[in-house]
Ligand binder design. Structure first.
Ligand SMILES: C[S@@+](CC[C@H](N)C(=O)[O-])C[C@H]1O[C@@H](n2cnc3c(N)ncnc32)[C@H](O)[C@@H]1O
Length: 342
């Protein structure tokens, strides 16, 4: 591995993947732990090089279109994660940028601004960050894990808030390439992405000062095991940020959908916030606080030019927006903060 971890990524997709894997290995080894560097590198290469997703070639061709520029400015500590100046590109570069970014649709988590192109994503992920950020211990100098990071939008915000090292993990290859389309313009920002599931990584590593699990718990068939995994990844004294779907009700209130929930197939456990607090306590966390609860609105999650498929308005009962199309309570999300004791 000769590439510096701040080297601009090469233009062509397959070459870029090789270089990126090398950079990821070094960044994890240098800033986190050699124990994780090897499995992350091996598993990422397997995923991308040995068993590529059917659309990976097309997405890498879209990547190839993005203009190659160095010394690009960025703003990561504002609602729209921004790379580049609106005036920086000539006409050909603008067209190439637009074609490349369009080839990476659907854009679900954002918003982003690439030079003159604004990406209005399906989700206002900035609204989630506004709900979460005021309650966090200062991220300055912290090593952070974002489990199920989507496009990496929140990872960039974490770096913008001062984190010294951010690792996002998410098995969705399109989201990796969306992340890389930002990374190519800001190679020195310490945000990294591994296209893996949490369960693939060595647990009980106690490596992170803060671990985020946002929008994941309800996808897990064994939610307490997920919480125990997160516990094991935090250093003693470290902070968990848990954001998930909840229902109204007391300590024993829980919804397990028969089949789909808001059209999603893979939703298993929606507890009340009180039950969630009990789960966290049973897993060993202390200083457990529910810091936010809100109903997801059709302004926060909706179809856009950059995500043209169905979205929340299509998943709610057309006669009664307080219910999902299956008749369950409409999506309500809570944020809880908890500590792994010293
Ligand atoms: C609802 S999205 C949440 C994205 C982002 N964290 C947010 O809050 O906006 C859930 C994400 O988790 C990812 N995911 C699902 N199972 C996972 C697992 N076992 N490990 C890591 N990520 C997972 C999915 O690919 C998806 O991008």
């Amino acid at each position: 591995m000769t590439e510096s971890i701040t080297t601009v990524l090469p233009m062509t997709g397959p070459e870029m993947i090789e270089v990126y894997c090398g950079q990821l290995h070094r960044a994890v080894a240098d800033s986190l732990s050699p124990i994780w560097a090897e499995p992350i590198d091996v598993l990422t290469r397997q995923r991308l090089l040995e068993k590529p997703h059917g659309d990976q070639k097309r997405w890498l061709e879209a990547w190839d279109q993005l203009p190659q520029l160095t010394d690009v400015s960025s703003q990561l500590n504002q609602d729209v994660v921004t790379v580049g100046d609106t005036q920086a590109l000539n006409t050909d570069q603008r067209e190439a940028l637009s074609t490349g970014l369009s080839g990476l649709k659907p854009w679900r988590k954002g918003p982003f601004q690439f030079f003159n192109t604004h990406i209005d994503t399906e989700w206002h992920s900035d609204w989630k960050w506004q709900r979460v950020a005021p309650h966090l211990s200062d991220l300055s100098g912290r090593a952070v894990l974002d489990v199920g990071c989507g496009s990496g939008y929140h990872c960039w915000r974490m770096a913008g808030a001062g984190a010294r090292f951010v690792l996002g993990i998410d098995p969705t290859i399109l989201f990796l390439i969306q992340y890389l389309s930002i990374k190519r313009y800001v190679p020195s920002v310490p945000v990294w992405f591994a296209p893996l599931r949490l369960e693939q990584l060595p647990m009980e590593a106690a490596l992170f000062d803060t671990v985020f699990s946002m929008g994941i718990l309800y996808h897990r068939r064994s939610p307490l095991d997920h919480l125990l995994e997160l516990f094991g990844l935090l250093r003693p004294g470290g902070e968990l940020v848990l954001e998930t779907l909840v229902i109204e009700g007391g300590e024993q209130a829980l919804l397990v959908p028969h089949d789909r929930y808001a059209m999603m197939r893979n939703v298993y456990f929606l507890p009340s916030t009180q039950m969630l607090e009990v789960w966290l306590a049973r897993c060993g966390f202390t200083d457990i606080r529910t810091v936010d609860v809100c109903v997801t609105t059709v302004e926060e999650q909706r179809s856009t030019e950059w995500m043209p498929f169905q979205s929340l308005p299509d998943f709610l009962d057309p006669q009664d927006a307080s219910k999902t199309i299956e008749g369950y309570a409409a999506p309500r999300r809570a944020t809880l903060i908890a500590t792994r004791p010293e």
